[in-house]
Design a protein around this ligand. Structure first.
Ligand SMILES: [Zn+2]
Length: 242
């Protein structure tokens, strides 16, 4: 039967902002616990980011937002459709940066074409663990945020790991990749090859972020059944530029 799920219960979705039913057919709730009412569904980290966004920037619909590498569902779909100053970008390395490709702005997060002080909010959902130069990416996000701007992100913070920045792979000067650990690949909305995980981040990531640029950093972790924010790696990392 199509309606039989491993887990099903009623709650209130921070993306739909209405009563809904959460369902999962997967014990790995981070990837499996979806909202039946969200456009194209949603997963816990997306609801966690929406919850933080609604709480600390309730006027987000009137602000300028840059989201890198959005998936067309949940909070990304909502921001794109409800925020008039929303820019979604993807990384198409073979096309000119700063142009529109397949409906998205083509940007490399580590070397962006946006002017300084462009955005009120920058969002990345599970992107940070795939970049080769995380410090350079953070400097670019800081540069493109206005004073008072907010960077909201999710990415796995490894729960058994204290020290961040442990590379899983290194890019050599000729572009070849040297793998330093088992190869881990996540889904990539614009490439069937998937996205390689480049770094494992640990408990000290709040200090790393503030070391790269003078962000004010706060990390939130959840066990909020009613809001459908359950499972592993639900952290939302909030960085404010002052
Ligand atoms: Zn929903």
């Amino acid at each position: 039967m199509a309606d039989e799920f491993l887990l099903t219960y009623d709650g209130t979705c921070p993306i739909c902002e209405a009563p809904t039913t959460f369902v999962s057919n997967d014990r790995w709730l981070r990837g499996g616990l979806t909202c039946k009412s969200c456009t194209n569904g949603s997963v816990p980290r997306e609801r966690a980011l929406a919850y933080v966004l609604n709480r600390i920037r309730p006027d987000w619909r009137n602000l300028s937002i840059h989201e890198s590498s959005p998936v067309d569902r949940g909070i990304s779909w909502k921001m794109r459709n409800q925020c008039t100053r929303y820019t979604g970008s993807h990384y198409f390395p073979d096309k000119p940066f700063g142009t529109t490709v397949e409906g998205y702005r083509n940007e490399s997060l580590e070397d962006q074409t946006f002017p300084d002080n462009s955005f009120d909010i920058v969002v990345t959902l599970d992107v940070f663990e795939h970049v080769f130069q995380p410090g350079q990416m953070i400097k670019e996000i800081y540069r493109t945020l206005k004073p008072g701007g907010l960077y909201l992100s999710t990415f796995p913070i490894r729960k058994h790991q204290v020290t961040s920045h442990r590379p899983r792979v290194r890019k050599e000067s000729d572009g070849r990749l040297t793998h330093l650990d088992t190869i881990e690949i996540h889904g990539n909305p614009v490439s069937g090859d998937g996205a390689l995980v480049t770094f494992d981040y640990g408990y000290d990531i709040h200090n790393m972020l503030a070391y790269w640029v003078p962000f004010e950093v706060e990390i939130s972790r959840f066990n909020m059944r009613r809001l459908g924010i359950l499972g592993e790696y639900t952290e939302v990392i909030s960085c404010e530029k002052h």
